[in-house]
Design a protein around this ligand. Structure first.
Ligand code: CO
Length: 254
């Protein structure tokens, strides 16, 4: 969903895939074995179940409200397969870039069940804190270099949400239920709003429309490093991409 230009604007985030369907034909094939190198994938499930298996020996079942945080680092080969034959499948996969110095680190993986994601009640709503921090509450995950914030915000009609952000963070909001408005601009369902990062901004704030709203809020410190992507490999140079393709072909990536 993010184009090359957007990758620059939303650095350190490389991609957001919002999936949602009631039709098993759309998801039943899943994602059989495929490689990744150079970044992290963060999968947040709203509905449905997916089983993960990877070449580092990790296996986990991702269920409603749960998160899977996978650091590909120097390489993993994994599969993501539905563990259901019918019903709804809905969620997000966000790709978070790694700084150059960490792109070839060892792979890492964590399953975070729904019950382990800190949740805050706010006036007219609630916030699930997948990564980062809201007020004094730490989210389920922290990352030093990019300091990512990943929130799921639920608001009743007319309720407000406001979160301070470092002025240098890039940030976006994706509305997946209802609608909201940001500084007077309406953001309908299934739309992404990219926030301007100006020195005087320093926060993300919005108000739910008459039907209420659910939205994810994503923000992070840009890496300001070259981004060279070839499918599931994201490195800093063409040479590193060639190396990744080579390593994969000769079975040395994982
Ligand atoms: Co994958």
């Amino acid at each position: 969903m993010l184009t090359q230009d957007l990758q620059r604007r939303l650095d350190p985030f490389l991609m957001l895939d919002a999936f949602g369907t009631d039709n098993p034909g759309d998801y039943i094939a899943g994602f059989p074995d495929h490689p990744h190198r150079g970044f992290e994938t963060v999968t947040y499930m709203l509905e449905g179940r997916m089983r993960h298996r990877d070449s580092a020996g990790n296996e986990g079942l991702l269920g409603p409200g749960g998160v899977q945080w996978m650091t590909a680092g120097r390489g993993v080969i994994h599969s993501e397969m539905p563990e259901q034959a019918d019903g709804r499948m809905e969620g997000f996969q966000l790709w978070l870039n790694l700084p150059a110095a960490q792109k070839m680190r060892a792979p890492w993986y964590r399953d975070i069940p729904a019950a382990d994601i800190p949740e805050l009640t706010i006036p007219g709503g609630r916030v699930r804190i997948i990564a980062g921090q809201v007020a004094n509450t730490l989210g389920a995950m922290q990352r030093e270099t990019t300091a990512p914030l990943f929130l799921d915000v639920l608001l009743e009609a007319g309720a407000n949400f406001e979160q301070a952000l470092p002025a240098t963070h890039n940030a976006f909001v994706y509305v997946y239920r209802g609608a909201l408005s940001i500084a007077g601009t309406a953001v309908p369902q299934q739309r992404m709003a990219i926030l301007a990062n100006r020195a005087d901004a320093g926060c993300v704030a919005f108000t739910a429309g008459p039907e209420g709203a659910r939205a994810i809020v994503v923000a992070g410190a840009p890496l300001n490093e070259p981004i060279v992507q070839y499918g599931p490999f994201v490195m800093n140079s063409k040479e590193e991409i060639s190396q990744a393709v080579d390593d994969f072909r000769r079975g040395a990536l994982a």
